[in-house]
Write a protein that binds this ligand. Structure first.
Ligand SMILES: NC(=O)c1ccc[n+]([C@@H]2O[C@H](COP(=O)([O-])OP(=O)(O)OC[C@H]3O[C@@H](n4cnc5c(N)ncnc54)[C@H](OP(=O)(O)O)[C@@H]3O)[C@@H](O)[C@H]2O)c1
Length: 283
């Protein structure tokens, strides 16, 4: 995941799996998977997506903004596919931290915009969906800069929190049209409670754009149906970084099965990348 403006927009990638290998257009690659068909009544389809280096880095400390996707792996080709996943979602799961960064003009802004994503907005219209997915931010304190958050994301915004959250904060948010969903009684929300709260709102395609702690909650609860990975072929080194999940070890380890694999030789001057999707093991 990451933005940028790679001038070279050769649109071709090579599908390696399932065979036979063949060239395909980058644009439309993930739209063609039609995730909405996979979500059945009472059975949401939950997915997440990470761009990672060969040594497994998905974020690193930044001098100005806490943590960020490493610049060496962020690229516009990955970003295009990331936004195709946004386009298919009913709701995005994010965190208060990401919402704050977006409101401050830092980090990723996952809004579909008419300037950059007119085709994806049109795709949503054709599928009779609202112009933009809802965005549900996991938050403990419910303390967000309301005006700038509302200005930075033009779709519906919701907050996901525990039942012990401050009623004063809940009222302040609801007064400006931000719905607050209660997902269980524990301050650390479980994946089960997060998905239940979203499903109760009628959301069926659920895309987590959040980081390693949220992915841990989803993995632990066995509710993550598909993992998208963009594996950029660079090694970053360094000592402080996140991988795609953080939390207690899984016992048993969570297994996945290869769903699709694409080779992208045009990613960056010095490195190519794979676009990989995995389905939850046992499906
Ligand atoms: N490379 C990629 O593709 C990729 C993808 C996503 C994110 N990232 C990067 O990863 C970094 C971290 O992203 P993030 O902020 O979304 O990370 P996160 O590690 O998933 O969550 C951040 C914070 O959200 C709260 N939180 C998470 N799970 C929770 C739960 N189950 N219940 C209650 N609160 C929970 C916690 O806040 P408290 O500690 O305050 O409780 C946690 O510190 C950022 O730099 C982001 O850009 C990279």
């Amino acid at each position: 995941m990451g933005c940028g403006n790679d001038a070279t927009m050769n649109d071709r990638v090579i599908r390696l799996y399932p065979p036979p290998a063949e060239e395909q257009s980058l644009e439309g690659l993930y739209l063609a998977q039609d995730l909405r068909l996979l979500a059945e009544e009472h059975r949401p389809f939950v997915y997440t997506n990470f761009v990672t280096s060969l040594d497994g880095h998905i974020s690193e400390p930044s001098r100005t903004q806490g943590r960020q996707v490493p610049k060496a792996i962020a690229n516009s080709r990955d970003w295009r596919l990331y936004m195709e996943l946004v386009a298919q979602a009913d709701v995005l799961i994010t965190t208060e931290r990401q919402l704050r960064a977006m409101a401050a003009g830092r980090g990723q802004n996952f809004s579909l915009t008419n300037a950059e994503h007119a085709d994806l907005i049109a795709w949503r219209r054709e599928h009779k969906l609202p112009e933009r997915p809802a965005c549900a931010a996991i938050s403990r304190a419910l303390e967000i800069p309301i005006d700038t958050v509302l200005a930075s994301y033009t779709g519906p915004i919701l907050m996901l929190t525990s039942e012990g959250a401050s009623r004063k904060q809940v009222s302040a948010l609801e007064a400006v049209g931000i719905k607050v969903l209660f997902a269980g009684t524990q301050p650390r929300l479980t994946g089960t409670a997060i998905i239940k709260a979203l499903t109760q709102q009628g959301y069926a395609t659920i895309y987590s754009v959040a980081g390693p702690q949220v992915s841990h909650a989803l993995l632990e609860a066995d509710v993550l149906d598909r993992l998208y990975l963009t594996l950029t072929q660079v090694i970053l080194g360094g000592e402080q970084y996140d991988t795609l999940t953080r939390g207690p070890a899984f016992n048993p380890p969570r297994g996945f099965k290869l769903h699709e694999l694409y080779f992208d030789p045009h990613a960056q001057a010095k490195a190519s990348q794979f676009f990989i999707s995995f389905n939850r093991g046992g499906q």
